[in-house]
Design a binder for this molecule. Structure first.
Ligand code: ATP
Ligand code: MG
Length: 376
């Protein structure tokens, strides 16, 4: 860990806890400068429409990923009238007894700059290992119904945590893929293609192996019952991106002619996908919107559980607009399950009654009013 500072001694009940201890920031959307000390388990962020609730979750997500869950144009997160945003987080890990200070700064026309413990310029992979984070939002059902790109990102995120070599293999594969595509569009030489395809075959087969392990872990956990998603027979069907009956090298060789015509490489793990099925039927074709939402949430929470098993770290889970599309029964089951889980959760809601408030020690409430965040 990058110069982490000791913080507290782990006790047996908190042994794997990773959590956001403190959050400060400025220049984020409509939010005034903020400073929060969240609850280790559950944090409810409530307020009227357009108050800034999603913006607060976005700030937390941005601080751990350098990305937004609602836009690819991250410069839009910077407040109108400001040129810079910064967010500082203090992340504690009870498993190691250390804490890390992460700062992200973003100027309007430059890239994100991450620092860990005020001195080291850090990569996004390093930050992701210190601060695993997941966001669930009203578009989350697209994990099932949307483009395969979304599902590949989901697969890759799981693989990143379960296998430390995955990023390296992924980079190797993509480098070779670019080379092959460029070659297909130029003056193709069979012996050069053969050399590139050898590299694609080796790295692509490794990617596929890690993904298969991740899918097996997902399917294993899908069979465990979850009150908020009562479909224990959900299963993922993995499609690796090329024919299941041949090796990748053979598939690449066989597709040369078609690929030269198309100008890009068709077989390979860059075309992988997964299909969520219930008793053999693709749920995308018949699930209702709320069923899709609950099934997607299940997949994301299971992903976090697998990350925890692999890394011994809990994750920070952000849930935006909890109530949308869920009735009170599904919502209560979900909140109860989140409460029992070890992940530190942040939920946004228009109402402040998404959690049983009889025991305030179980959670903290934050009221967002015209961009000002007040602990209540
Ligand atoms: N870059 C920006 N600078 C300043 N204000 C912004 C920026 N981007 C968005 N806003 C405004 O910030 C406000 C808060 O938006 P946000 O999406 O966080 O609200 P919300 O509380 O989640 O609302 P809802 O209940 O409708 O989901 C909105 O009025 C929005 O127009
Ligand atoms: Mg919102």
């Amino acid at each position: 860990m990058l110069g982490s500072k000791p913080c507290f001694r782990a006790n047996s009940s908190e042994i794997f806890k990773t959590m956001l201890i403190e959050l400060r920031g400025a220049g984020v959307r409509n939010l005034e400068n903020f400073h929060l000390e969240p609850h280790p388990k559950l944090n409810i962020i409530y307020g009227r429409n357009a108050a800034g609730k999603t913006s607060l979750l976005e700030a937390i997500y941005f601080s751990g990923t350098g990305k937004s869950f609602r836009t690819s144009a991250t410069q839009n997160i910077i407040s109108f009238g400001d040129d810079t945003l910064w967010i500082k987080t203090l992340i504690g890990s009870c498993s190691t007894g250390f804490m890390d200070n992460i700062t992200i700064t973003r100027h309007r026309n430059t890239k994100n700059v991450f620092k860990v413990n005020n001195c080291t310029s850090a990569s996004i992979s390093e930050i992701a290992r210190i601060f695993p984070i997941q966001a669930i939002h009203p578009e989350t059902y697209q994990l099932i119904t949307g483009s395969p790109v979304i599902r590949r990102l989901f697969l890759n995120k799981g693989c990143f945590y379960i296998d430390e070599t995955f990023v390296k293999i992924w980079k190797r594969y993509n480098h070779a893929l670019k080379q092959r595509n460029a070659h297909l569009r130029g003056k193709t030489q069979p012996q050069v293609l053969t050399a590139i395809e050898k590299e694609l075959h080796e790295s692509g087969t490794l990617i596929d192996r890690v993904r298969q392990n991740f899918i097996a872990a997902l399917n294993n956990k899908l069979s465990e019952s979850r009150k908020f998603c009562p479909y224990p027979k959900l299963r993922l069907l993995y499609q690796r991106g090329w024919s299941s009956s041949v090796e990748l090298a053979e598939s690449l060789y066989d597709s040369r002619k078609a690929d030269i015509k198309a100008g890009y490489t068709s077989p390979g793990p860059h075309r992988a996908d997964m299909i969520l099925q219930l008793e053999g039927r693709n749920v995308k074709d018949f699930f209702s919107r709320s069923q899709l939402k609950l099934a997607s949430i299940s997949l994301l929470i299971i992903q976090l559980d697998i990350i925890r098993d692999a890394t011994h770290k809990d994750c920070v889970l952000l849930i935006d607009d909890l109530s949308s599309e869920l009735d009170s029964l599904a919502r209560d089951h979900l909140v109860n399950e989140l409460h029992d889980s070890r992940h530190q959760c942040f939920l946004t809601s228009i109402q402040n009654d998404d959690v049983n408030q009889s025991n305030p020690a179980n959670h903290k409430m934050f009221h967002v009013k015209h961009g000002r965040i007040i602990e209540s």
